[in-house]
Design a protein around this ligand. Structure first.
Ligand code: HEM
Length: 272
């Protein structure tokens, strides 16, 4: 669902969405992944294919603009005093074609895992959808899909008594900060009623704060709202399934999440 949303917004033709989704999974594995040189070469080849595809796509839109985000950017680039270059647009679309869905898809999967493995929570959310907004925040805090990010220091700084020199490359553990016991009481408890759940830094902080945060929050809430309403007896199947994750230090989400529900109840809900 997140892939369909962002890629349609960008203007990618419907028939290519599935292929892009697959290419992005390779990109996820190679970014801070743990791959053999052969696997890295394979993934980089796929990423190059994706970049080439997007270069052609932007070129097509420049010739024949439509009502989509890419054509909008190209219109801005064509303005007389515009600083925006076509190569930058390709790069932006390349970035969005990954950041705009893998992250949110994984958040929904991480959240479903946490909710469905706690008896009674699914029913509670179905009966009281007003709890969903804070539930999404607690999902982001407790089990986010982007658990680390990169930074480089612009000047020497002191962090918690440690001097970090200028130009140091830092790997920020956002997931760990979201379990900081000095900010969150009982951080290892998944608590959808937590009053300060939204004090997490899952979308980072500062001028590079995630551009897609409002969209990610909206999509996740809608996904939960529809699923709780239309699949009222959704459950993990088997309940004690073992989750596997792509070997990756930055992006986190189960490669598979098996669930079951009763089709007749789902059908009745869909008709209602
Ligand atoms: C649960 C979903 C998401 C999470 C956890 C997430 C997390 C993040 C994080 C941690 C950053 C790094 C910011 C930094 O450098 O400090 C970021 C940046 C970014 N995100 Fe997201 N993101 C999500 C969804 C999205 C979506 C849906 C979009 C697009 C529609 C998006 C687009 C971007 C972009 C373009 C940036 C770069 C911003 C910049 O450097 O100025 N993200 N995101």
């Amino acid at each position: 669902m997140p892939a369909q949303t962002i890629l349609r917004m960008v203007g990618i033709p419907e028939e290519d969405i599935e292929a892009i989704k697959k290419w992005c999974y390779d990109r996820l594995k190679v970014s801070f992944g743990c791959q053999t040189p052969e696997e890295q070469m394979f993934a980089v080849d796929r990423m190059t294919q994706l970049f080439g595809y997007l270069e052609n796509f932007v070129e097509e839109r420049a010739k024949e603009p439509r009502d989509d985000y890419t054509s909008g950017l190209l219109r801005i680039a064509a303005e007389e005093d515009s600083d925006l270059k076509v190569e930058e647009i390709v790069s932006m679309i390349y970035s969005l074609s990954f950041a705009g869905h893998e992250t949110t898809t994984n958040l929904i999967a991480n959240g479903l895992r946490q909710i469905l493995s706690r008896p009674g929570l699914w029913k509670l959310l179905r009966e009281d959808p007003s709890l969903l907004e804070n539930t999404v925040e607690e999902m982001l805090r407790f089990d986010s899909s982007v658990i680390a990010w990169r930074r480089m220091t612009k000047k020497t700084v002191e962090i918690a008594g440690v001097e970090v020199p200028e130009g140091a490359r830092i790997f920020l553990l956002l997931g760990s900060a979201n379990h900081d016991e000095s900010v969150f009481e009982g951080p290892e408890k998944f608590d959808i009623h937590r009053e300060n759940a939204n004090k997490h830094i899952a979308f980072s902080h500062g001028i590079h704060f995630c551009l897609g945060a409002p969209l990610a929050r909206l999509e996740t809430r809608i996904a939960l709202e529809l699923l709780t309403r239309r699949l009222p007896d959704l459950r993990l199947a088997p309940a004690d399934q073992r989750f596997e994750f792509a070997a990756n230090a930055q992006f986190r989400g189960p490669t598979k999440l098996w669930a079951d529900w009763s089709p007749t109840r789902a059908k009745a809900e869909a008709i209602r």
